[in-house]
Design a binder for this molecule. Structure first.
Ligand SMILES: Cc1cc2nc3c(=O)[nH]c(=O)nc-3n(C[C@H](O)[C@H](O)[C@H](O)COP(=O)(O)O)c2cc1C
Length: 214
């Protein structure tokens, strides 16, 4: 069987969400036979807005070299992937409009049922605790989160949430706990992508159930 493709799809203005995307990708890569790609959701803020606001431009430009290593995603990348992790910064208590704009291009794929039963995870970066990380999304995909026991690793453990990987950006970079949760999320997403696309004879029955949405 072909490799299982896991797509890490993210938008980031300042690079923080990109850093978390790298950790999610590392977790997915731990699962043998998984082809992992990180791709960026394109910017929709007009260039003139960056030219007018030098602070905004600085934030973007600081991480440009890091971010440019990842290609811009197309809707087709999402359709081709067996599993997807969506990454977003928190903007005004919600996910970034760039991500929404990308999602809003999915209606032809949605009508054809091309996203149904794909496992999907979310990860996000906020500037403060409870800055809006609770928001999640669902397109008929299968949400893959992180179970509570991982969150309860001890009193010092301070990363993620059961919804997905979360990084509260205090300007000091990702902590080891942040990285750990992101990797666990990527790993779980890759495992679920394998399971939901398994073609082995033994589980052909359950495989056909998964392939039929109704
Ligand atoms: C337009 C805008 C709105 C934001 N709104 C929030 C918010 O509501 N809550 C919050 O905790 N952080 C907010 N932030 C801070 C970002 O979530 C935070 O800086 C994050 O690290 C950005 O991720 P990035 O580096 O991937 O762009 C906002 C930032 C911007 C640019």
């Amino acid at each position: 069987m072909e490799n299982i493709k896991v797509l890490i799809l993210y938008y980031s203005l300042g690079g923080g969400t990109g850093k978390l995307a790298v950790e999610v990708a590392k977790g997915a890569e731990e699962v043998e036979g998984t082809e992992v790609q990180i791709k960026r959701i394109p910017e929709i803020i007009p260039e003139e807005a960056f030219e007018k606001d030098q602070k905004l431009k600085e934030i973007r430009d600081r991480s440009a070299e890091f971010q440019n290593q990842f290609a811009i995603a197309t809707v087709d990348d999402l359709i081709q992937a067996h599993g997807v992790a969506f990454g977003t910064p928190v903007h005004f208590g919600s996910f970034a409009s760039q991500v929404k704009q990308f999602i809003d291009q999915l209606s032809p794929a949605w009508v054809k049922g091309q996203l149904v039963n794909k496992p999907a995870s979310v990860f996000c970066v906020s500037g403060s605790l409870h800055g809006g990380e609770e928001l999640t999304l669902n397109l008929g995909m299968v949400p893959v989160g992180i179970p509570y026991p991982i969150q309860g690793e001890g009193p010092e453990f301070d990363g993620g949430s059961p919804y997905g990987a979360i990084y509260i950006n205090k300007g000091k970079g990702l902590s080891e706990d942040d990285k750990k949760v992101a990797r666990i999320l990527g790993h779980r997403l890759a495992v679920m992508s394998h399971l939901l696309n398994c073609d082995c004879e033994k589980c052909n029955d359950c495989h056909s159930l998964v392939k039929k949405p109704h």
